[in-house]
Ligand binder design. Structure first.
Ligand code: DON
Length: 304
C-alpha cells in the first residue's frame, strides 16, 4: 500500500473537512489549546512511518490512557479482572451513572469512566507507587523517558470532578472500590493528564497491532491472547455510545479521548494516532473520526 500517496491526498482532505466540533469545557484547562491543531501519525509493524501536521506536538491523551491502564491491570490480574469490570459495550456516554446502580456497581467495561476508576483502584492495590509505575510503563512502551503527567490538567479536572466522584462513591457503596476514594481519583486524574504526541501514541500502542509484541524493542508487552482481547474491547467499547458508528465507518479497534486524540489499531499492519481538539456531540474528535474514515475507506483497511 502506498501510504505516502494516501497521506498526500489526506492533507487536502483535512483542509476540505469543515470542523463542526467543539473543544470541551468541563475540564477548564483543556480549553487552553489551539482548536485548529491537527496531527496524524501512522506507524507500521515493519517500521515505516507516515505523518502530517502537528504530529510531534504533545496533547492531553485523556481516555486513551485507559488502554495503558487496562494493559497493566490485565497483566497483573489475568481473568480475575473480569469479576470487577465487564466487557460489554455500554451504549451510554463515557461518564454515565445510570447503568451502575442497576448493575450493582460493576461497570460495563474498562473504558467508561466507572470502569477506568475500578482499574485504577486495582492498580492502587497492586502497585507500590502507582503513579510512578504507570508513567514508567507508558514511557517504556513508547520509548520516550520524557513523557510526563500534566499537573495543571490533573488539578483542573479534580476541581470539577463531581460526576467521577459520584461514580466512585456509588461503586464504593457496592464494595467495588477497595482503596481510599481520593487516592484512586488522584491516580485516575493523573492517568488522564498524560501528554503525548501522535508519534509517541502510535509507537506506544503498536504492540496491539503485533500480537502483543513491540516490534522495535522486540519485547512482549502482553500475551497474544490478551492483545486480541484488548483489541476486542476497543472495537466494542472504545467510543462509548458511538462505538457502533466508529466500527461502521472506520472498521478498526480504537480509543478516543476528550483531548481530541484517537488511536486506532489495524492488527497485523499498523497503529495510527490522530489529534484534532474539537469534539462531536458524543465527545469524540470530529475531524479525527472523519479523517480515519477517509483513510480506511481509501485504503480498504478493515478487520472485517
Ligand atoms: O474523566 C473524564 O471525564 C476525563 N478525564 C476523560 C474522559 C474522556 O477522555 C472520554 N473520552 N472521549
Amino acid at each position: 500500500m502506498d501510504y505516502q500517496k494516501v497521506f498526500s491526498e489526506m492533507a487536502a482532505e483535512v483542509d476540505y473537512i469543515e470542523d463542526h466540533g467543539k473543544v470541551p469545557s468541563y475540564i477548564p484547562e483543556l480549553q487552553n489549546v489551539d482548536p485548529n491543531k491537527f496531527g496524524i501519525h501512522l506507524t507500521t509493524i515493519d517500521g515505516q512511518n507516515f505523518y502530517l501536521g502537528d504530529s510531534n506536538e504533545k496533547f492531553s491523551i485523556q481516555s486513551i490512557a485507559k488502554v495503558f491502564s487496562l494493559v497493566l491491570a490485565f497483566g497483573l490480574e489475568d481473568d480475575r479482572l473480569w469479576e470487577r469490570v465487564g466487557v460489554e459495550p455500554s451504549g451510554t456516554p463515557f461518564n454515565s451513572l445510570v447503568q451502575l446502580e442497576y448493575e450493582k456497581g460493576i461497570p460495563r467495561n474498562p473504558f467508561i469512566n466507572a470502569g477506568a476508576l475500578v482499574i485504577c483502584d486495582i492498580l492502587v492495590s497492586r502497585l507500590e507507587h502507582p503513579k510512578r509505575e504507570i508513567l514508567d510503563f507508558v514511557r517504556g512502551v513508547s520509548g520516550n523517558p520524557a513523557i510526563e503527567y500534566c499537573s495543571r490538567v490533573a488539578e483542573s479536572e479534580k476541581l470539577t470532578s463531581f460526576t467521577n466522584a459520584a461514580l466512585i462513591n456509588l461503586m464504593k457503596a457496592y464494595s467495588n472500590i477497595h482503596n481510599d476514594i481520593d487516592v484512586v481519583l488522584d491516580v485516575y486524574f493523573h492517568l488522564c493528564s498524560i501528554e503525548m504526541t501522535c508519534q509517541e501514541l502510535a509507537q506506544g500502542l503498536l504492540f496491539l497491532a503485533n500480537n502483543g509484541v513491540n516490534p522495535f524493542a522486540e519485547k512482549r508487552v502482553v500475551s497474544e491472547s490478551k492483545s486480541k482481547r484488548i483489541n476486542a474491547i476497543m472495537q466494542l467499547c472504545g467510543f462509548y455510545d458511538e462505538a457502533g458508528e466508529f466500527s461502521f465507518k472506520v472498521g478498526l479497534p480504537g480509543k478516543s479521548g476528550v483531548g481530541g486524540g484517537i488511536i486506532a489499531i489495524y492488527p497485523g499492519h499498523y497503529s495510527i494516532a490522530v489529534w484534532s481538539p474539537k469534539l462531536n456531540a458524543k465527545g469524540n474528535s470530529y475531524k479525527g473520526m472523519r479523517i480515519l474514515e477517509f483513510l480506511t475507506t481509501r485504503t480498504k483497511a478493515s478487520i472485517f
